[in-house]
Design a protein around this ligand. Structure first.
Ligand code: PXP
Length: 242
């Protein structure tokens, strides 16, 4: 089995800081600690409402990251301009709704307006030499549309799998993920996955064909509050390696 890279999403360190308007805890420090604990990359989501990560965090993490920086963002004019200036190692385009607690679904590429909007963003980002990942639901047709849009990486949304309430639903969701992953492999795209993954469910998806990286945030940062960031990252790496 290939080594699966762990990209830790440090957004919720910033959530804690924004909650009280303090200077701490700092996601820049958290990113460095995750890397020291063995993370292969850092993921942050600069949301339009700036509810957690701020522009200053993005700038400083870009300057200090030792591994790779994955910037999650909506395909808006403002965000594309920021990305082209800051130059993360790659961008993951995600749908964004103001009222949601977290990203709720994948990009609806079968909607012509969304397709056109994503196409525009992909062209601009790639012109600035920034590889693009698309966060999509595990549907082979959406994988095909992603290929058509010239995305280099597909991040499959694992949310439905992680929310499955019984074994049958879980198996069905795993089947969907495997089918979509197989399409990603056939189309020669890179495969990532994420959303809702934790210490109890992550191992269920490690056999997805040619899975290369995982983006995991909430569960690692939650565990870190109790056991420290180093332990939380290392505990996850142990699961990915076993
Ligand atoms: N991948 C994407 C595209 C996301 O938007 C998020 C949430 O920011 C994650 C992965 C991480 O999800 P979680 O915090 O549930 O691990």
């Amino acid at each position: 089995m290939n080594k699966i890279r762990l990209h830790v999403n440090v957004d919720h360190i910033a959530t804690l800081r924004q909650q009280r308007g303090t200077r701490y805890p700092d996601p820049v420090t958290a990113a460095a600690l995750c890397e020291l604990a063995g993370a292969d990359g850092i993921t942050i989501h600069l949301r339009e409402d700036r509810r957690h990560i701020q522009d200053r965090d993005l700038r400083l993490i870009r300057q200090t990251v030792q591994t790779v920086l994955n910037l999650e963002m909506a395909a808006t004019t403002e965000m594309v301009e920021i990305a082209c200036k800051v130059k993360p190692d790659f961008v993951t385009l995600v749908p964004e709704k103001r009222e949601e607690k977290t990203t709720e679904g994948g990009l609806a590429l079968d909607n012509p307006d969304t397709y056109a909007n994503i196409k525009h963003a992909v062209v601009k980002l790639q012109k600035a030499d920034i590889p693009v990942s698309l966060f999509i639901d595990p549907e082979p047709r959406i994988v095909e549309l992603s290929k058509e849009l010239k995305a280099q990486i597909i991040e499959l949304h694992t949310g439905d799998y992680t929310l499955a309430e019984n074994e049958e639903d879980k198996e069905n969701e795993l089947d969907r993920l495997f089918e979509a992953a197989e399409k990603v492999r056939q189309l020669d795209l890179k495969l990532a996955a994420g959303h809702g993954l934790d210490y109890t469910n992550v191992q269920g998806i490690l056999d997805l064909p040619e899975l290369q990286e995982l983006n995991i945030g909430h569960s690692i940062i939650s565990r870190a509050a109790l056991t420290g960031l180093e332990n939380a990252v290392k505990d996850m790496i142990i699961l990915l390696e076993s």
